[in-house]
Design a protein around this ligand. Sequence first.
Ligand SMILES: Cc1ncc(C[n+]2csc(CCOP(=O)(O)OP(=O)(O)O)c2C)c(N)n1
Ligand SMILES: [Mg+2]
Length: 900
Amino acid sequence: MTTTKIASPADLEAAAPQAAQPDVVEETSEWIEAFDELVAEEGPMAGAQLLGTLTRRARQAGVDLPIQLNTPYVNTIRVEEEEPYPGDRLIERRIKGLVRWNAMAMVHRQNKKDPGIGGHISTYSSIASLLEVGFNHFFRARYGTEPGDFLYLQGHASPGVYARAFLAGLLTEEQIDNFRHELRGKPGLSSYPHPWLMPHFWRFPTVSMGLGPLNAIYQARFMRYLENRGLISQTARKIWAFVGDGESDEPETMGSLTLASREKLDNLIFVVNCNLQRLDGPVRGNGKIIQELEAAFRGAGWNVIKVIWGADWDELLARDTTGLLLKRMEECVDGDYQSLKVKGGAYIRDYFFGKYPQLLELVADKSDEELSRLRLGGHDPQKVYNAYKCAVEHRGAPTVILAKTIKGYGLGSAEARNATHQEKKLNDENLALFRSRFDIPIPEQAALDGAPYRPPEDSLEILYLKERRKELGGYILQRQVPKFDIKVPELDYYAESLAGSKGRAVSTTMGYVSMLRHLLKHPEIGKLIVPIVPDEGRTFGMESLIRQVGIYASQGQLYEPHDQEMLLYYREAKDGQILEEGITEAGSMGSFTAAGTAYANYRVPMIPFFTFYSMFGFQRVGDLIWAFADARGRGFLFGGTAGRTTLAGEGLQHLDGHSHVLASVVPTCATYDCAYVYEIAVIVQDGIRRMHQEGEDRFYYITVYNEDYPMPEMPEGSAEGILRGIYKFKPASGGKPALQLFGSGPILNEALRAQQILAEKYKIQADLWSVTSYNQLRREALATERWNRLHPAEKEKRPYILQALEGAEGPIVAATDYMKIVPDQLAPWLTGRLVTLGTDGFGRSDNRQHLRRHFEVNAESIAAAALSRLARDGKFDARKAQKALQDLGVDTEKIDPAGA
Ligand SMILES: Cc1ncc(C[n+]2csc(CCOP(=O)(O)OP(=O)(O)O)c2C)c(N)n1
Ligand SMILES: [Mg+2]
């Protein structure tokens, strides 16, 4: 039997260079000699093969070998393997100096004139070389007729990105001068990457830590999906994601690493900017973040390239024949490395080299100044270039580059300190130092003011920068949306959904899924639809979809599914259309985002339908949805098993009565709570038209339920009301109505029953309305009210909700499977008329009947609320009302469910 164990720090210590320790086993040196000989004669591959065979042999013999995921604390690429740098190092250094200056000056200047406006100068300082090598030699803007690479950047490094775009002539001096000043009537620049605010520049919102890396992984996977389905052609296009080392603590950053290796995403490159610091202090003061990440990424199957030491260290490592230098490098923790940088050359000599006399000798010919300038890998273009080259050429797995850098590099006394992240301005001394170090030809006073500087158009720097970009296909930081010539299906294509279920009891979920199945068959847009589901396909009855269009599997189906004989077997295919994500709502949002922005990024207007358990949507992945809106995402979110009283049995963690509250906060999200299938069809038809024909940047949240009941046919003329949020579903039939009943989702049926109870038992007539969207009604009313407020001399306009209710008399009882705040959104326009019944409070496990009685949204509670209100208004005898409550089975003394 073989056993394995993960290497402990002691194991690693034991595995570290042995030079300083005498050999314990006599034969060891003979073995090493023989091994060295083999490698020298047959090459490294033969060495690796021998070790592999030995390892297997050892395991068979019961030798307990530790699994080692770490390599020594040196660069992965050996000096001998490096290729010479292809660019002009001198001129690139000049350009980098100019970008650095403008980035720093931009933030400095804004904070001088507007204290507290914020910004960051130290993150870009650390990442400058990593970006410059990319912009000059790797980031392609185009592959033939296809769009180019995608860049996910550390959001708070944007000053550097703006500064470079300024040098390239993409941004004006006025824009640079209005960084973080977006509301002055002049073109400004947003603080971070926000496509919503700068739609022609940014593609990917990244500043909420962790969302960039997660979205980058799913983007890389979606790129393969589009290729495998033949919707785009295969290119060498790469996705570059620049990630902070502190950011790697976010579960979103690390949570999907194995998807990337499982899917062999060699189109994906992570660059982790390991400046060893986050906001408050060191990322791993007592450890080494680079080693920790190496083990994690390697364990997840990634190709790992460490770029730790710059060329200055090569010479020292070569000179060190004792192995002590590596030992010392491995001994020091990140907290030490930070102190070494802050405390300077003399300290480096004493503390780092001084620990072993032989090491002191090694640097005897170097001045303290030279020691303080020993460059790290992430600041050495030669090292960075070679790492990028290996990453781009690597096949079969994603690559992560772990680059060691210094936070606030070049900012003088602001380098590498715990407070560096928060620095916004430099003092005069550091500014002057910066200007001379990077040789910025501006007068001293201008420098102190943080003036931007762009050399003349015909300067070597500008010509070189432009020439390099031209070579790589143009400017990459641009977002363009083509005009699509799509004819989306008209409403009659949805005829089956509009016709009702002919008395058959079905759920809105079932109706939605058959509508989706039908849409997938549409000759023009069928192929553009991307059904996404996080392991809930069967919950929503999607087995038939699986059979129809298959589940996307990049390798096809390598096994015979056990249910192959069945009609609805589990079909996986290379060109499968469904993204069955497994249990990851965050990952599903990654796919939804890639698909919902494909119209801009791939020029293919994909239409994603992401269907999930409504409780695990906005509540779970709200920040990803917010970023989707920022990215101008288009598509449909379907919250299934919706409603606090409609999903029976599941209880507190599953019963959703508030996703509509959470959804209502996203400005571009239209939320709908549908009672009947035809409502869904009308909304989806219009949604596809608005998003993909009219090009509107909006998306939809629609709740669907699992309660079965007959679906009526769409009432004539209700389409406009469905879209705007309300329409009369069943007018009072036995005389003038004394009140209005509002219902949504399956609770509309309870309101329908209440309408009957009131008429039959109490001779009270009521109109019944289906409210598909309180939120849409509120937004329209707010906009109308705003217009009225701003135009007091003009004729007042009436919000749609009041137009719809024209002539509808009496109090309004609104019942919903969601919280009372949902209908209460309309309270300002229904002054004094509105009585709301909703599902505030924690859910319970029980059936619908008991849940609805508990939350007081059943038909009896609705009828009781109506009578109670009429009694208060003097329209119904109060004692009779009290008696009616008893007759209707309403427990007037039970605990309030809102707090139960
Ligand atoms: C989800 C989230 N939490 C907190 C922040 C605030 N924040 C911005 S930058 C930062 C530190 C980032 O450190 P690191 O990832 O190491 O980047 P560095 O600036 O060091 O390159 C924090 C906490 C944020 N932007 N997003
Ligand atoms: Mg950091």
